[in-house]
Design a protein around this ligand. Structure first.
Ligand SMILES: Cc1ncc(COP(=O)(O)O)c(C=O)c1O
Length: 415
C-alpha cells in the first residue's frame, strides 16, 4: 500500500503546501521534527524538569520518562533490552565515547579495520588508536565497483583484528552497504562490528539483532527527532567497556557508566514520539489489522522506501539525462541499492555556485564534503567545493523534486 503522504506531512509542523513554502532537501543534514516530539519535550520541561534519582514523585516521573526514551529507541532498533541504549548529544560524541571506553580492552598489536568512505566522525577517533600501538587497517572504496566490498574486507582481516568499523550508508553516495554480510565476515574472524547508521536510519527499519551488529550509532535529529544521538551496544559488550563516569560507579551500571553527567532528559523523552509516529504511519500504509508494533513500523518503512525511490528516480532521471552532470554514487533509484541522498557535480561549475543559485528559490540543498572528506579527496573532488547534495526524506513530494529540477535547469541555463 502506498505511503499516506498527507498524514506524514501533517505530522511535521514546519511543512506546508503553500507555493512559496520552503522545500527541505537537506534531510541528510538534519530532518524536520515531528510535532509530537516537540510536544513531549515541552511536556517534560513543564511538568517533570527535576533531577532523577530522588524518592519524591516528580523525580520518579522524570526517571520513568528517561527510561521510556530508552525503551522507545530499543523498540526502534530492535534491541534486546533498554539498557543497551546509550544517549548522548551527537553521533560524533557517541563514537568518541565508544573509542574511549574500548581502548583499554585493546592490546598492543591488536588491529581494527576502518572504512575510509565514512563521515570523519567514524574515522578520526579510530585512527587515533594508532598512538596506543593498535594497528589500523584502512578499508578503501573499491574504485571498480565504487562501493565498499566485503571481499576487500576479507583480505584485511587478521587473527589480531578485534573490530571492524564502517558505515551502513555513505552520506555522499546514498548506497546501502550489506551490513549483515560485513558482520558475518567480522564475526567469522572473531572481531566485533561498529556501524555508523546515521545516513541509513531515516530511510529503513534498523534491526540490530537481525544484522547481529555489536555497536550501532545514529542521530535522532536525522530521524524526525531532537538533536540527540544513540549508541546501541550488545549488553555483554557494554558490560566490558570501561567506566567513563565517577570511580564509584559500578561496571554493570549500564548505560550510566557511559553517560557521565547524565544525558539530556527532555530530548530522551521527546524521542518516545518517533516509534509512535512510525507505528501510526504503518497503520495508514498497509500494516495488517492487529499487527505488532514492529510489523507496523516495518510497513511504514516499506512504504517509505517505495516513495523515496520514486523521489530519487525523479531527480536521478533528470541527472542521467544531462551530458554535463556526473552523479556521485549509484545512478539507480532502486530501493535495494540506495537511499534518496543524491550527490552530483556539474562539469566546469563549482558546486558552491550551483547551490547559491538555488538558495533564493527557497529550496534547501547544500554543497561540500559533508565531513566525508577522505572519500571526497579519494574521488578527486576536493577542489570545486565538493559535490552538490540533495537529500530527500519520506515527507517530500514529487513536486518538491520538480521544484529543485526547475531550479537546477534555470541555474545551469545561464552557464
Ligand atoms: C553518515 C554520518 N555519520 C556521522 C555523522 C555525525 O553525526 P552528528 O552530527 O550527530 O555528530 C553525520 C552527520 O552528518 C553523518 O552524516
Amino acid at each position: 500500500m502506498p505511503l499516506d503522504l498527507a498524514f506524514a506531512r501533517s505530522q511535521f509542523p514546519a511543512l506546508s503546501d503553500d507555493e512559496d513554502s520552503w522545500v527541505y532537501l537537506d534531510n541528510a543534514g538534519g530532518s524536520q521534527v515531528l510535532g509530537t516530539v516537540a510536544d513531549r519535550v515541552r511536556d517534560y520541561l513543564l511538568t517533570s524538569s527535576v533531577q532523577t534519582g530522588a524518592s519524591y514523585g516528580v523525580s520518579t516521573l522524570a526517571a520513568e520518562r528517561l527510561c521510556a526514551g530508552q525503551l522507545a529507541v530499543a523498540e526502534l532498533v530492535n534491541a534486546s533490552r533498554p539498557e543497551e541504549i546509550v544517549f548522548g548529544p551527537s553521533s560524533t560524541v557517541m563514537i568518541q565515547t565508544l573509542v574511549r571506553a574500548i581502548t583499554s580492552a585493546l592490546s598492543l598489536g591488536d588491529a581494527v579495520v576502518v572504512s575510509m568512505i565514512d563521515h570523519e566522525a567514524n574515522i578520526g577517533p579510530w585512527l587515533a588508536l594508532e598512538a596506543h600501538g593498535i594497528i589500523v587497517h584502512r578499508w578503501h572504496l573499491n574504485h571498480e565497483t565504487m562501493t565498499l566490498e566485503a571481499s576487500d574486507l576479507e583480505l584485511l582481516m587478521t587473527p589480531r583484528t578485534r573490530l571492524v568499523v564502517c558505515t551502513q550508508t555513505s552520506n555522499i553516495f546514498g548506497q546501502l552497504i550489506p551490513i549483515a554480510e560485513v558482520t558475518a565476515c567480522a564475526h567469522r574472524h572473531g572481531a566485533a562490528v561498529c556501524v555508523d547508521g546515521v545516513a541509513f536510519a531515516p530511510h529503513r527499519l534498523v534491526d540490530v539483532r537481525e544484522w547481529d551488529v555489536d555497536y550501532y550509532v545514529f542521530s535522532l535529529y536525522k530521524v524526525f527527532g531532537p538533536h540527540h544521538a544513540v549508541l546501541y551496544g550488545k549488553y555483554d559488550r557494554l558490560l566490558k567497556l570501561a567506566n567513563l563516569s565517577h570511580h564509584f560507579v559500578p561496571m554493570d551500571k549500564i548505560p550510566g557508566k557511559l553517560q557521565p553527567g547524565n544525558p539530556n532528559y527532555e530530548l530522551s523523552y521527546g524521542a518516545t514520539a518517533i516509534p509512535d509516529y512510525l507505528v501510526a504511519l504503518g497503520e495508514r500504509s498497509g500494516a495488517t489489522a492487529g499487527a505488532s508494533r514492529r510489523a507496523r513500523m516495518a510497513a511504514a518503512f516499506d512504504a517509505i522506501a517505495d516513495h523515496e525511490s520514486r523521489l530519487a528516480e525523479r531527480l536521478l532521471a533528470w541527472l542521467r539525462g544531462r551530458h554535463d552532470v556526473r552523479t556521485i554514487g549509484p545512478a539507480s533509484s532502486e530501493r535495494s541499492v540506495r537511499v534518496p541522498t543524491i550527490s552530483f557535480v556539474v562539469d566546469g561549475i563549482d558546486s558552491e555556485r550551483i547551490v547559491r543559485a538555488i538558495d533564493p528559490l527557497r529550496i534547501g540543498i547544500r554543497f561540500g564534503d559533508f565531513y566525508s572528506r577522505r572519500l571526497i579527496e579519494d574521488l578527486g573532488l576536493a577542489t570545486g567545493h565538493g559535490v552538490v547534495r540533495a537529500s530527500f526524506a519520506h515527507y517530500n513530494t514529487l513536486s518538491d523534486a520538480d521544484r529543485l529540477i526547475a531550479g537546477l535547469e534555470q541555474a545551469l541555463s545561464g552557464r
